[in-house]
Write a new protein. Sequence first.
Length: 277
Amino acid sequence: MWILPLIAVAAVVAWAALVVAAQVLTPEQSALGMGMSGLAHGRGRVVMKAAFLARGVAALALVAALPAVVPRGGMTIVGLVLLWLWGGGSALLALFDTDMPGEAPSRQGVVHAVTALVAYVAGVAGMLVLSLVLRSDAATAGVARWALLVAVAATVALVAQFVGFAAAARVARRRAGGGQVGGAPSAAAPTAVPGGVPPAQTPTAGPAPAAVPAVPPQLAASAGKPAARSSRSSGASRSSSLAGASRLEALAPYAGLLQRVFVALAMLWVVVVALGI
């Protein structure tokens, strides 16, 4: 029984080492603003793909180990299926490359983005459900307290990540359309979408021009003209909406970091549960 939890913990350690190595091999991609999937392009390609596989192995090994220690029931089955989707989806990302900005949208890129989205949502849901299942049994109630705490933190990080990516995409579309953010041109922070698509670096021709990042291909469909606002909208309402959007856009330069925090918390959950069962 101890072999599967040990495999899960070892896979988490391998994942962490591989992600760090991939980032070191790809220094041009910011760990703050760019998603991790972009590391599978360039010198860190093989290393990052191995990291995806290690992430999948960690979750799937835990899925195989849990039935021996958790109570049987509907919640257990749901939680295991959701965690299996997280593990299987993580491993599947190694087979489908993300689209890079400036490239035409591809079938592989769409599969990568959708797989990442499903895996992320299923992952946090499975962690929450299984934490509650562990809490219902006296033998695992102790580890369940820590597991539930980490699962809630991962959920918050996931929401923050999605908000950051949405804000980054909005900023990129606005600048690509010639708009300005915050009232003055400024150097664009690297952006990414939830699947981990990093931005293209736009070369500059003159001294300190405003940077215009490329819109990620998955978001190209929505990069056209903004929807017309009703003429009856009040000025106060518009000001309030703009102020709220401006606050959310403050997360845009940190979308990649938020993604890394979420995944790290998900992997920490695997370690906590594997060591506690």
